[in-house]
Design a protein around this ligand. Structure first.
Ligand SMILES: [Zn+2]
Length: 541
């Protein structure tokens, strides 16, 4: 919205109530719109983690909590400052030696690497060992490291995880941080990832190549909580990967094709990688904003339902059509707006368990604020009975479908399904399970901690025409997701946004007032993350 950027903040706010037409709005739709328009305004410059725009957004959310009668639940009033380190790659000297031939690697072209999280100067020369998918999961009978000596070496692994793994577990084992942990546990010094054509479809090399070398952020002492850690994570271009494997007598296309059905056999490669880099570290701080609604039931108020909506977006970047501000209206100003209004409604009505509302920082940098909260929760972690993400405001059409990730794994599914029915919607299966979305938003660190999670969004199907994707949905995914045009001027249906807010409110009320959420018996996620928690019988559908 470049035309508005000359206005003062106060003028912009004063204009908001005038901008919707009177007949098609209700107070809830107006409120969700007002928060979204403010948080996605150009003046906040895309709410990048650690930026002034983010801090203004955080003050706004704290003020809205206060106005809604939601108590402060942070470590410093409404805030939980997260100590962060921004790391910037200053220079990198990279090469691959295959047999006796040394090939220079160019960052952002044949290889992609970011700054070191730990060292400002570093020089590594590491022999390579292929480890298939690089997964150690005894509960699934997988151990790609078996029989291989990877200590002090770089392991070469295929991005993602085999399709045979149940949806959310596939997501978990696809997560690069999980691959790093498994590699480090086996003693490896670095990981080198390669991308199959199947993976390329939703994680294109062209994006990895562009984004990986940019400055990144992690929370300080993250290394302590996730120890041991690998020193470097390197992505190899498909062309360079093919060359490396060919020189070792391996047909990579064939290996990818077979890897889906049969774990590829690991082996040492006749190659070494050299990584010499200098990195700049800058310590910064950015807060989670934490609101608390105390429960009304004396026996249940010490249990907490956790709601997470990320407040950050990606800031200012590469201009598209002359616009460099990545406003993140849908992702996730709108989700924060919905969370604020759900908090207000639940405060008015009262619920038995307490609810914590957290507007997180650093989600776009790798779920950093949520990860930090899971390591330093402001209430005891074992008193958090459920974690729900509100990420994305996909209010494009009169949806009937809700894709509630996590619903199949615990009794949270019933709480969500009842709320869905109350707004005339129903659960449908995830149309893109291969994307692993359950590991791609703020609920994931809590899933890892064994807490039942839910990550719901409206489904894309257009009930009016029967089309699998409503055209406005497709237009957003194609042209606006993580682009400067994710702005509140998009054709958002604010009446539908209000309907979504009612579903979120209903789901939270059902969880806060209902029986303590439990994992289902025999559930694969529960087996991996919550082996000792009580189980509930899964109802037949
Ligand atoms: Zn998001």
């Amino acid at each position: 919205m470049p035309a508005l950027s000359r206005l003062t903040l106060a003028t912009a706010i004063a204009l908001l109530p005038l901008s919707a037409s009177a007949d098609e709005r209700d107070a809830l739709a107006d409120a969700v719109k007002a928060h979204t328009v403010f948080l996605a305004h150009d003046l906040l410059e895309g709410r990048d983690t650690g930026s002034k725009g983010f801090d203004i957004a955080a003050e706004y959310v704290a003020a809205q909590f206060l106005a809604a009668g939601i108590e402060a639940g942070g470590t410093s009033g409404y805030f939980q400052p997260v100590p962060l380190r921004r790391r910037t790659l200053l220079a990198a000297d990279l090469s691959l030696t295959i047999g006796s031939e040394t090939v220079p690697l160019t960052n952002g072209d044949t290889v992609a690497i970011d700054a070191s999280a730990y060292r400002q100067q570093e020089s590594l020369d590491l022999p390579l060992v292929f480890v298939g998918w690089g997964i150690t999961a005894p509960e699934l009978g997988l151990d790609d490291y078996r029989g291989l000596d990877v200590r002090g070496k770089a392991v070469v692994l295929i991005e993602g995880a085999p399709p045979s793994l149940p949806g959310a577990l596939r997501a978990h084992y696809s997560w690069v941080q999980q691959k790093e942990r498994m590699a480090a546990a086996a003693g490896a010094a670095a990981i080198v990832t390669i991308k199959s054509p199947a993976r390329e479809r939703f994680s294109p090399w062209d994006l990895t190549r562009q984004f990986r070398p940019r400055p990144a952020v992690h929370w300080r002492a993250a290394e302590a909580s996730h120890a041991p850690a690998v020193q470097a994570t390197i992505s190899l271009s498909p062309v360079m990967a093919t060359r490396l494997f060919k020189a070792n007598g391996i047909d990579l296309a064939r290996l990818y094709a077979d890897a889906d059905t049969k774990a590829p056999k690991g082996r040492p490669l006749d190659a070494t990688i050299r990584v010499a880099r200098s990195s700049q570290h800058e310590d910064i701080s950015s807060p989670n904003v934490v609101g608390l609604l105390p429960g009304t039931d004396p026996a249940l108020k010490d249990e907490y339902v956790l709601v997470l909506a990320h407040l950050d977006h990606v800031g200012v970047g590469q201009p598209v059509d002359g616009d460099a501000i990545y406003n993140g209206a849908i992702d996730n100003a709108g989700g924060v707006a919905v969370m604020i209004e759900a908090a207000r409604a639940l405060r008015a009505k009262g619920v038995k368990r307490s609810i914590l509302f957290v507007a997180t920082t650093g989600e776009e940098k790798g779920l950093i604020g949520a990860d930090y909260f899971s390591a330093f929760p402001t209430v005891p972690l074992d008193k958090i009975v459920a974690a729900i993400s509100v990420d994305g405001l996909m209010a494009w059409h009169d949806f009937e479908d809700i894709v509630a990730l996590g619903a199949d794994h615990s009794t949270l599914g019933a709480a969500s399904a009842a709320a869905a029915a109350s707004i005339g919607a129903r659960h449908v299966p995830d149309p893109i399970p291969e994307r692993g979305n359950l590991a791609l938003s703020d609920q994931y660190p809590f899933l890892r901690a064994g807490i039942p999670v839910l990550f719901p969004n409206p489904g894309p199907r257009d009930p009016a025409t029967g089309a699998a994707e409503h055209p406005t949905w497709t237009a957003y995914e194609t042209h606006s997701y993580h682009k400067p045009s994710d702005e509140s001027s998009l054709p958002i249906r604010w009446d539908v946004a209000a309907r979504w807010a009612r579903y979120i409110e209903g789901t939270l009320a059902n969880i806060a007032d209902g029986p303590r959420p439990e994992w289902y018996e025999g559930d694969a996620l529960a087996k991996g993350f919550a082996p000792d928690r009580p189980r509930a019988k899964k109802p037949r559908d």
